[in-house]
Design a protein around this ligand. Structure first.
Ligand SMILES: NC(=O)c1ccc[n+]([C@@H]2O[C@H](COP(=O)([O-])OP(=O)(O)OC[C@H]3O[C@@H](n4cnc5c(N)ncnc54)[C@H](O)[C@@H]3O)[C@@H](O)[C@H]2O)c1
Ligand SMILES: [Zn+2]
Ligand SMILES: [Zn+2]
Length: 354
């Protein structure tokens, strides 16, 4: 599924995939979720390197590997990740691999049949029967998990789960408030529930989203169109505010609500992605006086090799509802339609099954 030019509808094209070079793998894609970032690429919001091969929330089976690949082998069921941990950059060497910033993608190019180079979305490009990636982008997991559910860990669902568990450090008995209950926010709710949070408040402006949020573990809901979420969160936390407030919209006004709804020494986690022109203004004395921490969460501060197999095990045990994020499964030629549904807020995730 190719985005040829800014704003133009996506189209299905024949592509040419090179044999895997050293350290690389070709993966036969079984399922790939439709994420906002794919739409951002199509809209020219990421860069101008058209044509893009879209799709990056995927699971599939390794078909072939290049020289020197030992971590995966043909036949392995894998989830693809867009931030492979390189092990040798400054962040990795300082013991902070979730900040790894190496571009650890396949070095060879996939192309259109006329030879035009493709830019794979987030170095993956998985709205395709097969794709070429770096072997470090493949994480082997239990093959009994359905690909449509497993692939979601490759992006938004991992971002939300990790925002609660890894970045927010939610633990037993905590109170948690999640602002914005799309796929990412609902995953943060599921993560908070997994970690044992006692109170989980879902905040959104769409009543349908609040209803879905309850299914992932929200104990309370607040429609912030009708009520002040800060007052509401305080009212259900003995007047204190929540231990961990997670912003999953990427909106300065919502960030301010998260900041104000936080208990003394609590944590704010920003997982929603702001636009570059946005700024925030906060009462400086409150930044000081409330202590605690203001954090941001990239990809849920995940380590694919640590987190994907563990979360798939929890899914298989019935303790993590990944299926609940799959609003519909669709064919490759329905991606454009899925973009519209996403914009209308009609789905948590549409997942292409190949
Ligand atoms: N940090 C990361 O690594 C990472 C990864 C993936 C996505 N994201 C970001 O997370 C955010 C959420 O992604 P998503 O896929 O869940 O999107 P989404 O559009 O499905 O969900 C956003 C939700 O926010 C709600 N909302 C909008 N305005 C609101 C407001 N003023 N107050 C309360 N709720 C409001 C919407 O009704 C919707 O339910 C996006 O900014 C996305 O770019 C971050
Ligand atoms: Zn690194
Ligand atoms: Zn994504």
């Amino acid at each position: 599924m190719i985005a040829r030019a800014k704003g133009e509808p996506v189209s299905i094209e024949t592509i040419v995939i090179p044999d895997p070079g050293p350290g690389e793998a070709v993966v036969a894609i079984q399922a790939c979720g439709v994420c906002h970032t794919d739409l951002h690429y199509r809209e020219g919001g990421i860069n101008d390197d058209f044509p893009f091969l879209l799709g990056h929330e995927a699971a599939g089976v390794v078909e072939a590997v290049g020289a020197g690949v030992t971590s995966v082998a043909p036949g392995d069921f894998v989830i693809l990740n867009w931030r492979a941990v390189c092990g040798s950059c400054r962040s990795c060497l300082r013991g902070r691999p979730w900040y790894c910033f190496s571009t650890y993608n396949a070095s060879q190019k996939m192309r259109l049949t006329d030879g035009t180079e493709l830019s794979p979305a987030l170095g993956i490009g998985a709205f395709a029967d097969k794709t070429l990636v770096h072997s470090g982008q493949c994480t082997k997991v239990d093959p009994s998990a359905p690909a449509a559910a497993a692939g979601l860990l490759g992006c938004g669902v991992m971002a939300g789960l990790g925002a609660a568990i890894n970045t927010g450090g939610v633990t037993r008995g905590d109170s948690v408030a999640v602002f914005g209950c799309g796929g990412v926010g609902d995953a943060a709710i599921a993560g908070a529930a997994l970690a044992g949070a006692a109170t989980i408040v879902a905040v959104d402006i769409d009543e349908r989203k609040l209803e879905w949020a309850k299914g992932f573990g929200a104990t309370h809901t607040c429609n912030s169109k009708d009520a002040d979420p800060v007052e509401y969160i305080k009212s259900v936390t003995n007047g204190n505010g929540a231990d961990v407030c997670i912003e999953a919209v990427g909106n300065p006004a919502v960030y301010r609500q998260a900041f104000e709804a936080r208990d003394l020494a609590g944590t704010v986690v920003l997982v929603g992605v702001p636009r570059p022109d946005m700024t925030i203004e906060l009462p400086f004395i409150e930044v000081f006086g409330r202590g605690g921490s203001l954090k941001s969460s990239w990809y849920g501060d995940c380590l694919p090799s640590r987190d994907f197999p563990m979360l798939i095990d929890l899914y298989r045990q019935g303790r993590l509802d990944l299926d609940g994020f799959v609003s519909e499964t669709i064919a490759l030629d329905q991606v454009e339609e899925a973009f519209h549904k996403m914009e209308q807020g009609d789905v948590l995730r549409s997942v292409v099954v190949l």
